[in-house]
Design a protein around this ligand. Structure first.
Ligand SMILES: *Cc1c(COP(=O)(O)O)cnc(C)c1O
Length: 396
């Protein structure tokens, strides 16, 4: 749904950075900023017209839980950036993931999941799915072939992975995931953003984002989105009408605003993260620096193959463990201790006591998340100031 003018200009050879500017302008009103439609409901005309709208899966001008013009513009932009037929926005990344899992699975279904997942996703699979008779097999997503070999033909409904994964930036081979036949395949691509990778181009069926992170980009929207084929997105959308986790138009507006500057923000954050990763790799107080742009990343070759940009996130361990992590966080003056990522401010987070708090400590240790593990989301401050702050905080 682009305006005639944009259709005429559409040109598949354009760079993603350009698409981030041109995508999601469906109204053709001349307004450069997206229009906010806060209305929960729309006048529907005749009873016949109402009947037609009530049976559509994604009407934009009917009732707000089914669709909204502002939200539709954000969805259109994501679909274009992911080269997907369709996208659907949700009230959060977790709503997107919950709707995908519960929309595609039933009692008796089987899910194969990479173990390396955002804590909330992991808890959904470990604690909620069994209550509904959905069985989940976790495998190590970095082991080649592990996801495919855990698939039970005829029974597995969904293979779910996250790449790069929270918090240690482990990667799943997207080509390998895309080649799995039978079950639906889905990737949480939040850390990469649509600029960093496009899982659908690797044959994966569905890409999921928490747009609360880099896509929104300013820490002012809780928002999620999925993109894939028309049929698949429509099916999950149908379930989402009952689940109720529809995106707020105000958050979708901020999501679309965020997309416009995503390319330059990611570029700056990558510049800083690269410098920080190199600095930490040399610093005696830190160890195990994990950054997809560093040659020391155990999957550096895969990162080069499937990530267009290494991004602003990295993880490292403080040799002094939990007490060193506390001291480091207390000493920071510029970087802020807060549990999110992808915004303008450099944020540090202690996964063991935030994003992964509910996960069994032994399981965490097996995945290399300890009390000394720190996740860093590089912001948009001057690189030198971020480096100076981290440097002084490490001198304890
Ligand atoms: C934050 C996050 C989520 C959850 O998204 P919300 O918008 O907070 O619900 C899911 N996956 C990843 C990788 C995340 O970072």
């Amino acid at each position: 749904m682009t305006t005639d003018r944009q259709t005429a200009q559409a040109d598949g050879s354009r760079e993603q950075a350009t698409t981030a500017i041109t995508a999601g302008r469906t109204h053709g009103s001349g307004s450069l900023a997206p229009a906010l439609y806060p209305s929960t409901t729309f006048q529907v005309g005749t009873v016949d017209e109402s009947r037609k709208l009530a049976t559509q899966i994604r009407p934009t001008h009917f009732y707000g839980r089914y669709g909204n013009p502002t939200v539709a513009e954000f969805e259109e932009a994501i679909a274009q950036l992911e080269s997907a037929e369709a996208a659907r926005a949700f009230s959060s990344g977790m709503a997107a993931i919950t709707c995908t899992v519960l929309g595609l699975c039933s009692q008796g279904s089987h899910i194969v999941a990479a173990r390396q997942l955002y804590g909330g996703t992991r808890l959904l699979l470990e604690q909620v799915c069994p209550r509904f008779g959905i069985e989940v097999t976790f495998v190590d997503g970095i082991v080649p072939g592990a996801l495919a070999s855990a698939v039970i033909p005829g029974r597995t409904s969904l293979v779910l992975a996250e790449s790069p994964a929270n918090p240690r930036l482990d990667l799943v081979d997207l080509d390998e995931l895309g080649r799995i036949e039978g079950p639906f395949t889905a990737v949480d691509s939040t850390f990469a953003t649509p600029l960093g990778q496009n899982p659908l181009a690797h044959g994966v069926d569905l890409v999921i984002h928490s747009a609360s992170k880099a896509i929104g980009g300013h820490n002012d929207a809780i928002l999620g989105v999925i993109a894939g084929s028309d049929d698949l997105v429509e099916w999950i959308t149908g379930f989402s009408h009952l689940h109720g986790g529809c995106a707020s138009p105000a958050d979708a507006l901020n999501g679309l605003r965020g997309l416009r500057t995503l390319p330059v923000r990611i570029a700056q954050q990558t510049t800083t993260a690269t410098a920080v990763a190199e600095f930490l790799a040399r610093h005696p107080a830190s160890s195990q620096v994990r950054y997809p742009g560093l040659e020391s990343h155990p999957q550096f070759d895969l990162a080069k193959r499937q990530l267009r940009i290494a991004g602003g996130l990295l993880t490292f361990d403080l040799a002094g463990g939990g007490s060193a992590a506390s001291a480091f966080v207390d000493r920071l003056r510029l970087a802020i201790h807060a549990p999110s990522l992808g915004g303008p401010e450099t944020l540090v987070c202690h996964p063991a006591s935030t994003t992964h708090i509910g996960v069994d400590p032994d399981d965490l240790a097996a995945d290399g998340i300890g009390l000394g593990t720190i996740r860093l989301s590089c912001g948009l401050e001057a690189t030198t100031d971020v480096l100076a702050d981290l440097g002084q905080a490490l001198d304890f």
